[in-house]
Design a protein around this ligand. Structure first.
Ligand SMILES: Cc1cc2nc3c(=O)[nH]c(=O)nc-3n(C[C@H](O)[C@H](O)[C@H](O)COP(=O)(O)OP(=O)(O)OC[C@H]3O[C@@H](n4cnc5c(N)ncnc54)[C@H](O)[C@@H]3O)c2cc1C
Length: 427
């Protein structure tokens, strides 16, 4: 079993399509890559290959440097679009059953594609005005050009999948109404509740959440008029920016701030470089672009008047391992320093929104982290209501959302097939 393939959540046939590519058989190579993935050219762009396929390649282990699998995957997909080799979605024979999907992110869109191919009527509901989830409003344009997402969304709609934009489940329609309308439901709402900073001054003007900053930037890139850019409240231009956090969202924020013309961009992270959750490649890119990293540093307070002017920070040391085995950062009380900061971006991670309350369904069980509890068939505590992607596994990766969308479609199909049997027998 090639390690690149076994460490890919989709188990993409990587060695086979690399060989086909090397032989110049690009159409076959693309077809093979599309057999296991609904969005290969998107994963090729934004998967953390250094932690997945490329990072686990035996050639990488032997010190020779893995083949750039992600770049080949991206090239195959882009070339297939250019050549007209990307096949339309062909619906199977109509089953007369319909599925409602809540959330048009990679999990929801992937499930929609497979379920449509199985012959179901598929309706996707999303509270945003555009489909794509974090592919559109989270991940920045410089990592994932939005036209790449839009052409996948267009193909999905051309395949007869109905996308209802601007529909918030819990406000515009209830889950129980959707359950009456459809034979099965897939909840793929992602995780959007930002973890907050609890130090003094965290409520000052100029302290903003990463998701708001990135959404505004993506909207602006898509040509929308963004009031928070016009008034400067979510814009880094000419500002001294401090991003707090060490994950991929923090990396996206620092690199977006550089592109917006910030006066300076610093990243404050409480652990060291070796123990940060974000991709090493992203850190290297950010450093090349002039971002300064302050490792082993945590915020103590935000200083200033009504508006933030400085971040007062402490040096940290790594103490005993916590329950996850990661060494816990502890404050070094003898060290304190201040950073000029009139824009402080909080990138401390995301938690699930309280879905049972939002959906008005107390019978929808969540675990201690607020993610939806599912059985081995990805079904929640409500019969016929399935869940996957970030809302079931916690903040994760696009490739895992695609995997969940693929898996849940199979489980929903099994569930619906069992529901179909009585009427088929009667006929
Ligand atoms: C800033 C940022 C950068 C990232 N970068 C990467 C990266 O480079 N590579 C990578 O692999 N992963 C990355 N990720 C993670 C990745 O984007 C997610 O793991 C993935 O998008 C999860 O897919 P999903 O379909 O579960 O949810 P989402 O993509 O979050 O989609 C959920 C959708 O549900 C909708 N929704 C939510 N609630 C409701 C409701 N009540 N009614 C109707 N609609 C609703 C939302 O509007 C959204 O469109 C990043 C995440 C962030 C935040």
């Amino acid at each position: 079993m090639p390690y690149c393939q076994s460490h890919c959540p989709l188990h993409n046939h990587i060695p086979d399509w690399l060989r086909l590519t090397a032989e110049g058989r690009l159409r076959e190579a693309y077809d093979l890559s599309a057999r296991t993935s609904t969005m290969p050219e998107i994963c090729g762009r934004i998967c953390p290959q250094d932690r997945l396929c490329e990072g686990n390649c035996v050639i990488e282990f032997s010190g020779h440097g893995a083949v750039t699998i992600g770049s080949v995957e991206k090239y195959l997909g882009d070339n297939a679009w250019k050549e007209g080799w990307v096949r339309p979605i062909e619906p199977g024979p109509a089953t007369g059953q319909s599925v409602g999907i809540i959330g048009a992110g990679p999990a929801g869109l992937t499930a929609a594609e497979y379920l449509r191919r199985a012959g179901h009527e598929v309706h996707v509901y999303d509270r945003h005005d555009r489909a794509g989830g974090l592919l559109i409003y989270g991940i920045p344009n410089f990592k994932l050009d939005k036209s790449v997402v839009d052409r996948r969304v267009a193909r999905i709609e051309e395949g007869g999948i109905h996308i209802h934009r601007g529909v918030e489940v819990g406000a515009d329609v209830t889950l129980s109404e959707l359950r009456e309308r459809h034979d099965a439901i897939f909840v793929a709402t992602g995780v959007y509740q930002s973890r907050e900073l609890t130090v003094d001054g965290a409520d000052k003007n100029g302290v903003i959440r990463a998701i708001d900053f990135l959404t505004a930037s993506n909207r602006s890139g898509l040509g929308d008029e963004v009031a928070a850019h016009a008034d400067g409240s979510l814009l880094a231009k000419d500002r001294n920016v401090v991003v707090i956090g060490g994950g991929d969202t923090a990396m996206d924020c620092v690199r977006t701030a550089v592109r917006q013309g910030a006066a300076s961009v610093k990243c404050l992270y409480r652990r060291d470089r070796e123990n940060m959750p974000g991709s090493r490649t992203e850190v290297a890119h950010a450093e090349e672009e002039g971002v300064e990293f302050l490792w082993l540093s945590g915020p103590a307070s935000i200083e200033g008047g009504e508006r933030a002017e400085k971040v007062q920070a402490n040096r940290m040391q790594l103490g005993e391992p916590d329950a996850d085995g990661r060494r816990r950062p502890v404050v070094d009380p003898s060290s304190s320093f201040a950073l000029d900061a009139d824009l402080v971006i909080l990138a401390l991670g995301f938690e699930p929104e309280p879905l049972p309350a939002i959906f008005g369904e107390t019978g929808l069980n969540v675990d201690q982290w607020g993610t939806l509890e599912c059985d081995e068939n990805m079904m929640t505590s409500l019969p016929g209501v399935f869940a996957g992607g970030d809302i079931a596994r916690g903040a994760s990766l696009v490739v895992w959302a695609v995997r969940d969308g693929r898996d849940v479609a199979e489980h929903i199909e099994t569930y619906l097939a069992a529901e179909r049997k009585p009427s088929a027998a009667a006929a």
